[in-house]
Write a protein that binds this ligand. Structure first.
Ligand SMILES: [Zn+2]
Length: 389
């Protein structure tokens, strides 16, 4: 299915998103007073309903927070099931994603709503839900707004490290939006998982929409997105390092993108940024992987901390907690500039030194999906200067 026919694209337009934001706030402020009592009750109860499903909660890695709205206590199992489905789905979307899972954290806010469902004002359906989800926002049937202030209040209280908030509204009717403030809404429709991946393409990797519907004006300057360009010259196009790669046969310069049929170019005929459910393709996957490193770093922790180390005893261990892990990252260890074999890829034990020595660990990405890393976000060299007691 082409994304141009898909309801959620409204949120992809920056202009609509801005308009949407204010429209939603107006809508919600009128509903707010009637919900005050239940809101207070729910927020007070929320502590036990905030829960980390996967990963860590110390702010390292990319933090997705799923927020339930319009689910009663009895229905919360469906919310949980949807998040678990997304988790499995996202781990398998691209081969390389399995090895990137260590950098993803999933948190849940599951405050039961007083009533089940989502507001549908045109039909006179108004539900008392925790975050006031409503279809028909900004007079577009499929756009789902929420009370963003409430969402941000609750999420910030429990998961201040959030990167993207996904409000799942309890309806199977098609809809959703990207509201700004890192908030994405969606109903429980059949494209939910694909939509989340597409939206994270925007949110994490700064990828642009590659479809050709709805645009009016050419961008005034070269787009910042790695997958869109005004320059169709093969010698200087921003993804030219892929054009030289004979294995990347799908990469070329295709006209159309950024909602315009001409004047803007994209790297592949089709991709996840053009049609829901499609593969990322090389240029987008590289951008995604670089962005993940940029966000998480190459490692979370080194033990001991890098710098000066005093070795007590006969041996010293050096350990690195990698951001992604050894499936996608290699470490080359050196002692006094000589490459040495580590006991485990991320663990070196040194026990044969008679005087001060230097240990270095060079971390590189081994995923094969990154060909050009101008800002060196996928590599690091750690150094310890060790003196003996
Ligand atoms: Zn989009």
């Amino acid at each position: 299915m082409n994304i141009m026919n898909y309801p959620l694209i409204a949120g992809c337009f920056l202009i609509s998103a801005t308009v949407l934001l204010s429209a939603c706030q107006v809508t919600n402020s009128t509903e707010k007073s009637s919900n005050t009592v239940s809101e207070q009750k729910n927020v007070n109860n929320s502590l036990k309903f905030a829960h980390t499903l996967k990963g860590r909660s110390d702010g390292k890695g990319y933090d997705l927070v799923f927020v339930a709205d319009g689910f009663t206590q009895d229905e919360m199992v469906y919310f949980h099931e949807a998040v678990n489905n997304y988790r499995t789905f996202s781990e398998q979307y691209e081969n390389v994603f399995a090895g990137q899972q260590n950098a993803w954290n999933i948190h849940l806010i599951q405050i039961p709503s007083n009533e089940s469902g989502v507001d549908e004002p045109k039909s006179g359906i108004l539900k008392d839900t925790t975050f006031d989800s409503s279809f028909e926002c900004e007079w577009v049937d499929r756009i789902i707004c929420v009370n963003q202030e409430k969402v941000l209040d609750v999420v910030s209280e429990h998961f201040p490290q959030y990167d993207t908030i996904l409000v799942l509204a309890n309806s199977t009717r098609n809809g959703g939006a990207s509201l700004g403030n890192n908030i994405i809404t969606s109903s429980m429709n059949r494209n939910l998982n694909n939509t989340i991946i597409h939206e994270l393409g925007h949110g994490l990797a700064n990828l642009g929409d590659e479809y050709t519907y709805g645009g009016v004006n050419l961008p005034a300057t070269e787009p910042s997105q790695p997958n869109l360009t005004l320059n169709n010259d093969a010698d200087s196009v921003k993804w030219r390092h892929w054009l030289e790669d004979e294995n990347a046969w799908a990469i070329n310069i295709f006209e159309g993108g950024n909602y315009l049929p001409s004047g803007v170019w994209r790297p592949t005929e089709n991709s996840v940024m053009r049609t829901l459910g499609q593969p990322f393709e090389a240029v987008n996957l590289e951008a995604w992987s670089l962005a993940l490193y940029e966000h998480s770093g190459t490692y979370y922790q080194a033990l001991p901390a890098t710098g000066s180390v005093k070795q007590a005893g006969d041996e010293q261990q050096f350990e690195i907690e990698l951001a992604l892990g050894t499936d996608l990252q290699n470490i080359e260890w050196r002692v006094n500039d000589v490459v040495v074999q580590a006991s485990l890829p991320n663990l070196l034990t040194v026990n044969d030194q008679k005087q001060s020595y230097v240990v270095q660990a060079s971390i590189v990405d081994s995923s094969q999906v990154i060909r050009k890393d101008s800002r060196h976000v996928s590599q690091d060299t750690l150094t310890w200067w060790v003196s003996l007691d």
